[in-house]
Design a binder for this molecule. Structure first.
Ligand code: 5GP
Ligand code: ZN
Length: 112
């Protein structure tokens, strides 16, 4: 298995896990871009948002719910950003769909 996020989900490589259930995991980003920066993703290997099929879309709703609950736990529920980079031009570097959750500093309009 060459996908790093599948390996994290399988506990084959370590991460700072902050959430796990039968379908999703969340862990802190290794190169945080904000005081709070974690990733929420499905255990199922889906490369990009655009690879999701009808049966996968409920996962996005669940990811949003977990992101919100964890943002609360991390103390950033007053304001945070959720981002999903899709494709090379969208800035995606790991080909396993994931939601970034960033907070703990002022985030401005431009995503870069
Ligand atoms: P993308 O650029 O694909 O939207 O985001 C990938 C994110 O995964 C980056 O923010 C990067 O820092 C993070 N990342 C890459 N490899 C690892 C890893 O091995 N462990 C953790 N915790 N984060 C990683
Ligand atoms: Zn994967």
């Amino acid at each position: 298995m060459s996908c790093i996020f599948c390996q994290i989900a399988a506990k084959e490589i370590p991460s700072q896990l902050i959430y796990e259930d039968d379908e999703l995991i969340a862990f802190y980003d290794i190169q945080p871009q904000a005081p709070v920066h974690f990733l929420v993703l499905p255990k199922k290997h889906i490369p990009r948002l655009t690879d999701m099929t009808d049966g996968d879309y409920p996962l996005i709703g669940k990811m949003a719910r977990v992101a919100t609950e964890l943002a609360e736990k991390e103390g950033v529920s007053d304001g945070f950003r959720v981002a999903v980079n899709c494709g090379e031009q969208g800035g995606q570097t790991v080909w396993h769909v994931h939601m970034h959750v960033l907070g703990g500093r002022q985030l401005n309009g431009c995503l870069g």
